[in-house]
Design a protein around this ligand. Structure first.
Ligand code: NHR
Ligand code: GAR
Length: 223
C-alpha cells in the first residue's frame, strides 16, 4: 500500500525532485506539495510531475499559531501518513509538531548536533571543520533537536566557499533523504519513546551513516 505523503517546501525543491525521481508510486504517493512562498521553484517541479500544489503565505497570518493551524488544516485535507519538510524555512509551533508526532521528518544541512539553525555551511567553514554533511531527523518541538535518523558526510576542501560546500552537501541529501523516508515507509523506522528505532533497535544519537548503509545494501544485493 502506497504511503500518502505531503511535502512542505520554501525554495528550489531539489530534495522534492529527489523524492519524485527516486520513490516508486507503489511506495510513496506524494499527494500534495505545500509552500509558504508563491515563488518557490519547487512548485513548478511538482506541477511538472502532476502533483497538486498549494501556497500558504505566512505573511497573511498575525502569528505563528494561526499560521500553523491553517497549515495543518491544508495538510490534513490530504490525510497523509507522512509529512516531509524539504527546505521548509518556517519554525513550527509545539502544537503543530505534536499533531504529526513520529511522522514528521526534516533534513538539516549539518552534522547535528552541530550547527542547528541557519547558515550552517558558513559556520562549519569558520570553525575550521574538516567535514560537514546533512542529517535527517524526526521533528520535535526543539529546533533541529529531534532524534537523528541518518547522516551524510562530505570533506571540506581548502578552497571551499559556503556555496561550493552547500552544493557538495546537497548532492548527498538527494540520496540521503529518500532512503531515510523509505525506511519509514517500509515500516522499519519508527519513533518510539523519543528514540529513532530501526527494526525495533534504537539508532545511535548521530543517526545511521549513509555511506555505511549504502555499502551494506550493495553487499546484500545478489545481482
Ligand atoms: N520546527 C520545529 N518545531 N522543530 C524543528 O526541528 C524544525 C521546525 C521547523 C523547521 C527546519 C530547520 C532546518 O532544517 C525546521 C526544523 C527554519 C529556521 C528559521 O530560523 C530554522 C531551522 C529550520 C527552518 N526560520 C525563520 C523563522 O523565523 C525564517 C527564516 C527564513 O524565512 O528564511 O521561522 O534548518
Ligand atoms: C537543503 O540543503 C536543506 O538541507 C536546507 O535547505 C536546502 C533546501 O534545498 N534546509 C534548511 O536549511 C532548512 N532550514 P531544496 O529546496 O533544493 O531541497
Amino acid at each position: 500500500m502506497s504511503c500518502r505523503t505531503v511535502i512542505l517546501i520554501s525554495g528550489s525543491g531539489s530534495n522534492l525532485q529527489a523524492f519524485i525521481d527516486t520513490l516508486h508510486p507503489q511506495q510513496a504517493d506524494i499527494v500534495a506539495v505545500i509552500s509558504n512562498r508563491a515563488d518557490a521553484y519547487g512548485l513548478e517541479r511538482a506541477a511538472q510531475a502532476g502533483i497538486p500544489t498549494q501556497v500558504l503565505d505566512h505573511r497573511d497570518f498575525p502569528d505563528r499559531a494561526s499560521y500553523d493551524l491553517a497549515l495543518a488544516a491544508l495538510i490534513d485535507a490530504h490525510t497523509p501518513e507522512l509529512v516531509i519538510l524539504a527546505g521548509f524555512m518556517r519554525i513550527l509551533t509545539a502544537g503543530f509538531v505534536a499533531r504529526y508526532h513520529g511522522r514528521l521528518l526534516n533534513i538539516h544541512p549539518s552534522l547535528l548536533p552541530k550547527y542547528t539553525g541557519l547558515h550552517t555551511h558558513r559556520r562549519a567553514l569558520e570553525a575550521g571543520d574538516q567535514e560537514h554533511g546533512a542529517t535527517v531527523h524526526f521533528v520535535t518541538e526543539e529546533l533541529d533537536g529531534g532524534p537523528a535518523i541518518m547522516q551524510s558526510h562530505v570533506p571540506i576542501l581548502a578552497d571551499d566557499t559556503p556555496e561550493s560546500l552547500a552544493e557538495r552537501v546537497r548532492a548527498t541529501e538527494h540520496r540521503l533523504y529518500p532512503l531515510a523516508a523509505m525506511l519509514y515507509i517500509s515500516g522499519r523506522l519508527r519513533l518510539m519513546d523519543g528514540h529513532a528505532c530501526l527494526d525495533g533497535n534504537a539508532i545511535a544519537p548521530c543517526g545511521l551513516r549513509l555511506d555505511q548503509f549504502e555499502t551494506d545494501m550493495r553487499g546484500h544485493r545478489n545481482d
